[in-house]
Structure formats: structure tokens, C-alpha cells
Design a protein around this ligand. Structure first.
Ligand code: NAD
Length: 423
């Protein structure tokens, strides 16, 4: 492959667009709707002046993209990372539109990002970046307009700062402006584990479909942040055997399975590097772990991990995409030809946005649910969505990814037709 071809393959916006094209074509989407849904509704770049702790003034670049507000307010996380690009934020915003439509919750799609390295910034610097970013976007955000959430490099604390900044401007506390907040500030029980729990419910459905047993199902999880660590923990508790784990520092493979609570103690409580875990197995790179023997591989870290160069090396029956965009569109055919059952990202990791929806509902009602109520409702949504996607794939003789996109695009196009075009 030429350098340009590789660069194109790794452009997540092109991957997102290629999938939209395939599904739109198969749906026979009419030209006008196709053009409307292909491009973002609006996008903004903000320049964020921040006084650093050392007294220097730095200007950070931030983005927010609304892909669609056809089915409801824009919904989507904010990413703090050094390599964030506008194309990446566009792709992530469009995935949010399709994800919310796949699980049939009344939100559109949005996403934001700030180019910064949270690991190198103090808490005070992160707070100042977050508050100024929010102030620059004060007319964009709002419970009825655009509701951010955490993503890579942001967390519950970031959401608390956004909620507070927005509330100060509005002159009243507005908890429903963000989701993924701390519970005592209007957060939902079960939100922290929700994406991992959604991964578990999806894996459970796949196991039921293939009549597989939990105890003999070997799982590899790449990424040990919110999504990866929670997926590993919940799958372990449900009886799955976690044979591979990885974070940015490297990976471990152990065919006998890891003791995940012990690994949590090592990485989360003791804050030690995952690859140095003493009860570990064979060390390898964080990417290499994806190609070890397993029944389920869960990439739950970053984009572009499975590409046209390495997809042929997968040795798994099920690929459950915890991360957004871990597989490039050029790898899709290879994964397909290998007969791997893919639970695509817009379904696999939709547990997070589903409980975000529950959080938004609870905030607006001022009435909060028990963790059991949240988890039961989440189970219902994920199981129904899984069955709808798989049935749609079988009926239309397409793979699960194409089915999920077709189902989602069809729902958004239908809502758009019903609303009509304001001119
Ligand atoms: P996080 O920042 O909590 O964790 C990311 C993890 O990935 C860390 O363990 C980090 O060490 C690891 N990592 C980073 N770069 C890596 C690399 N090159 N190779 C291997 N590991 C690497 O982020 P998160 O919230 O867990 O999000 C992970 C993915 O899931 C992202 O794609 C995100 O968009 C997606 N996602 C997150 C949520 C959510 O609720 N947090 C919901 C849906 C989708």
C-alpha cells in the first residue's frame, strides 16, 4: 500500500463515510435525503485561551460538530487528546447519530474535541480549558440542543465543570445539559459501568445465538479505561474467561485466564502499569493482542486497530467493537470473508449513550431510579436492538454492520420526511 492509501484508510471520516455510502446505496436512499444525511448539520472551531500554571498563555483548539438533530438534541462525548482532528470529530458525530437511532433513543448525533494532552496538564489547567471551551459553546449546548458526555481523556469531573459553567451562565442549575456526571450532581446510577454492561449484554446475546457457554468462552479486551476495564470486569463476573488484556503500555495474554479483580487492584488501586502485572502471561504489544486465539475479541481503546493490513490475522469467532471505529472500512470485507460475527461499534458500545439518555430523563424529571431499574432498562434496550440488527441482517442478506447502518439511516430518514424541510 502507498503512504497515501494508508493515510486514507486511517482517516476515520472516510471510514464512516464509506459505511454510510454502502448502507445508503443498499437502502436506495433518495438523492436529497442522501445529501442531507451525509454531511454534518453544523460544525465550529473554537480557540481557547488558557493561563497555564507556569504563567504562560496557551491557546488550545477545540471543535464541536452537530451531525444531526433530526431525532432530538445532539448527543455525544467530548474528547481531550493530542491528536484530535476535525475529521475525527465529524466521524464520531455521525456515529452518534446512527448509534442513537440503532437503539432508538430520541437524540441526534454530536461530538466534540480539544487538542490537548490531559496527562501533561494539571487539574487546574484542565478545569480552565473545560470552562472556557464551554463558555465559547454556550449557545450550542443545552438540554434541548446538545448534551455532551465523557469520551477519551474526559470524565465525570469534566462533566461537573461543564454543568457548573453552563449553569452559572443560565443563572440556574441545569443538570440535564451533560450526562456522565457524578451521581450527587444529577448523574445516573449505572452510567459509569453502562458501556461495559452494554458490551456484556451484546456478548450474552451472541453466545445464546451460537449456543456457547460462558465458562469456555475466551475473551480478549484491548484498552483498560472506562469501556475496557468495565467490560472485562462484568464479563469476568458473568463467568467468561478473560485471556487477553491491554492498555496503552502493552498487553498480556494468558490462555488460563486472568483474575480481573486482582488486575483491577494492580492497575486502578495501585496505579501500576498493566503489562507489569505479576500474575500475568505473555507480554506483547497492545495491537498484537487482538490477533491471539479467542472466541470474542473486544477492541475497547482507540480507532484503526484492525486494518486491511492485519485483519487476516484475526483468530476469533466474534468481534465486539467496544471502541468507536476500531476497524477500518477497508478491513470490513476481510473480516466478513473470515466469517467473523461482528457486533458493530454503533450497537456494541451503545450502552453508554442509552444510560446517558436515562440520566437526561431522570434530570428532567428530578426523579432518580435505582441501579437495578437502570440496568434492567438497559438490558431491554440492548437485547431488543441486538435482535433487530441480527434479524435485519438475515432478512436483507447483509452483514451486521451494514444492517445496523441501514436500520439507523432508515429511522433518521423517516423522521426527516415526517418533519419536512423548513425553508
Ligand atoms: P479511556 O480514556 O477511559 O480509556 C482508553 C484506554 O485505552 C486506556 O486504557 C488507554 O491506556 C488505552 N489506550 C489508549 N491508546 C491505546 C493504544 N494505542 N493501544 C491500546 N490501548 C490504548 O476511554 P474510554 O472512555 O474507555 O473509551 C474507549 C473507546 O470507547 C473510545 O473509542 C471511545 O470513543 C469509545 N466509547 C466510550 C464510551 C464511554 O462511555 N466512555 C461510550 C461509547 C464509546
Amino acid at each position: 500500500m502507498t503512504a497515501l492509501a494508508v493515510q486514507n484508510e486511517l482517516n476515520v471520516y472516510q471510514s464512516a463515510d464509506a459505511r454510510f455510502e454502502t448502507a445508503a446505496q443498499k437502502l436506495g436512499l433518495e438523492e436529497g435525503l442522501y445529501r442531507f444525511l451525509k454531511f454534518p448539520n453544523k460544525e465550529i472551531t473554537v480557540y481557547i485561551p488558557v493561563m497555564l500554571d507556569n504563567g504562560h498563555l496557551e491557546v488550545f483548539i477545540g471543535y464541536r460538530v452537530h451531525h444531526s438533530i433530526v431525532r432530538g438534541p445532539g448527543k455525544g462525548g467530548i474528547r481531550f487528546a493530542p491528536n484530535v482532528t476535525l475529521d475525527e470529530v465529524r466521524a464520531l458525530a455521525s456515529w452518534m447519530t446512527w448509534k442513537c437511532a440503532v437503539v432508538n433513543i430520541p437524540f441526534g448525533g454530536a461530538k466534540g474535541g480539544v487538542i490537548c494532552d490531559p496527562g501533561k496538564l494539571s487539574n487546574g489547567e484542565l478545569e480552565r480549558i473545560t470552562r472556557r471551551y464551554t463558555a465559547e459553546l454556550i449557545e450550542w449546548f443545552g438540554p434541548e440542543r446538545d448534551v455532551p458526555a465523557p469520551d477519551l481523556g474526559t470524565n465525570e469531573q469534566t462533566m461537573a465543570w461543564i454543568m457548573d459553567t453552563y449553569s452559572m451562565h443560565m443563572r440556574h442549575t441545569t443538570t440535564a445539559v451533560v450526562t456522565g456526571k457524578p451521581i450527587d450532581l444529577g448523574g445516573s446510577r449505572g452510567r459509569h459501568e453502562a458501556t461495559g454492561r452494554g458490551v456484556l449484554f451484546n456478548c450474552d446475546r451472541a453466545l445464546a445465538k451460537f449456543r456457547m457457554m460462558h465458562v469456555s468462552t475466551r475473551v480478549i479486551v484491548q484498552g483498560f479505561g472506562n469501556v475496557g476495564s468495565m467490560s472485562a470486569k462484568l464479563l469476568f463476573e458473568a463467568g467468561y474467561k478473560i485471556v487477553g488484556v491491554a492498555d496503552i503500555h502493552g498487553a498480556l495474554y494468558n490462555e488460563h485466564g486472568f483474575d480481573i479483580p486482582k488486575l483491577f487492584d494492580w492497575t486502578v488501586t495501585q496505579r501500576k502499569p498493566l503489562p507489569d502485572f505479576p500474575d500475568g502471561g505473555e507480554k506483547m504489544s497492545a495491537n498484537e493482542i487482538l490477533f491471539q486465539p479467542a472466541d470474542i475479541v473486544i477492541p475497547a481503546a482507540v480507532e484503526n486497530q484492525i486494518t486491511s493490513e492485519n485483519a487476516h490475522r484475526l483468530q476469533t469467532r466474534i468481534l465486539c467493537e467496544g471502541a468507536n471505529g476500531p476497524t477500518t472500512s477497508l478491513a470490513d470485507d476481510i473480516v466478513d470473508r473470515k466469517g467473523i460475527f461482528v457486533i458493530p461499534d454503533i450497537l456494541a458500545n451503545a450502552g453508554g449513550v442509552t444510560v446517558s439518555y436515562f440520566e437526561w430523563v431522570q434530570d428532567r424529571q428530578g426523579f432518580f431510579w435505582t441501579e437495578k431499574e437502570v440496568n434492567d432498562r438497559l438490558k431491554n434496550v440492548i437485547e431488543n436492538s441486538f435482535e433487530e440488527v441480527v434479524r435485519y441482517a438475515e432478512k436483507h442478506k447483509v452483514n451486521n454492520r451494514v444492517a445496523a447502518y441501514m436500520l439507523a439511516i432508515d429511522r433518521v430518514a423517516y423522521a426527516l420526511k415526517e418533519r419536512g424541510i423548513y425553508a
